[in-house]
Design a protein around this ligand. Sequence first.
Ligand code: SAH
Ligand code: SF4
Ligand code: F3S
Length: 470
Amino acid sequence: MERKNVLIPQADLDRQREFEEKIRAMFASREAHPVACVDTFGCQQNVADGQKLMGMLADCGFTFTQDPKEADLVILNTCAIREHAEDRVFGNLGALTHTKKENPEQVIALCGCMAQEPRVSERIRKSYPHVDLVFGPQALWKFPELLWQVYETHKRVFSVQDEHGTIAEGIPVVREKGVKAWVSIMYGCNNFCSYCIVPYVRGRERSRDPQCVLEEVRQLVEAGYKDITLLGQNVNSYGNDLDLDYHFPDLLADIDKIPGEYLIRFMSSHPKDATKRLFDVMAASPHVAKQLHLPFQSGNDRVLKEMNRRYTRQQYLDLVNYAKSVMPGLVLTSDVIIGFPGETEAEAMDTVSLVEEVGFDALFTFIYSPRPGTKAAEMPDPATRAEKQTWFDKLLEVQNHMSAKLHAAYVGKTVRVLVDGESDDPEFPLTSRTEGNRLVRLKGDKALIGQFIDVTVTGSNTWALYGEAV
Ligand code: SAH
Ligand code: SF4
Ligand code: F3S
């Protein structure tokens, strides 16, 4: 496929740095020290976007707070994946009328996936007059310019037009302190799973240049990050839009050559594009964690077809079995939707039986939530909420049992973990992760944070392992 010209020209990016300077100078002239509160909802892509927002704000001279009452600028970086996510944001927006009453100079911004939905931006325009700035994920790169417009004109600014997706390299980033880092390798989604809003709000799929990704990972490794996750809605279609014969397994293999002590993970992977070659490359690459998040959504072929997932239950099982055969000990996780429109109890139980058959380490389970504008939202949905809840509870029961069983099998064994932080459990004050990303709560000294160490597993439950350094 021919690569569309989606790169933002360097001159346009340089202009954004000039707007950052203007904002910095404006606050300096008032001898003010601006403070921002960035509240991010949703997936890791959105977390990565939030870190870019903070990077641009740091360039503008802002420091950060978690408390909207203290902030000169409040940004809600939102998620549209389920109705509940949106309700929470509208709740938060309502509460911000009070902080703004206290501090009329406060600027309130709404960005992220919800902002890109016309239904939402219209509602903000009409019913939330205290919101000053609204922009979608596709306008993230020009945030400094939009913010400057707000300060300069004192008018509300909306930048929510569909730009079909662009790539901006070199946006500054404020990363979390610690050992984990996120790297977006692509943006957008082309899959149009019938229940999903993402393709409508994040635009078409576009891959970053492999050299840019490799350079970013190299720098992160040099800076001491040890657990790096590559992000895309479907990393398995990485490169399909590039004018190169270069695909996700090629990228993984090239990243693996970067010297250093670190692990590479990735998410998400769409089963329809996962290949044996991907699993072979994973198996052969020492830096690539033997962990796979492979969402299957449903275990029933009719439902999968209605979801527009483009694989069957058997194809999914074949993939997973192959992956396990080349990576013994592979840790598998997945996403599941219960209660898709028209799903029957028998069909939901096909999902439960797939879960029993595969043996996932953990599942992210969701009850279907209609998203206006998607195909599934128009489908008849006769099952009641109570029925769906019963099926969902059954699924959870089976999964919790499985997680507990898989975790118990670790007790007495020695595993290598990366110690990644502190916990509030006085008996096990450290948290760590196995290569498979299982949580291990640890006895030990804070000085171990940031190190790979061997631990003996002494206990387990549904959610975690417990252990101590060897
Ligand atoms: N691109 C990723 C998923 C991103 S959304 C992938 O395809 O793997 C994360 C998860 O949210 C999805 O895997 C799905 O299980 C769930 N989800 C998406 N839309 C939903 C909806 N309308 N209702 C309930 N769950 C949904
Ligand atoms: Fe949504 Fe499907 Fe794209 Fe994932 S692959 S973001 S579920 S449309
Ligand atoms: Fe939510 Fe947008 Fe991610 S809808 S799940 S924040 S891509």
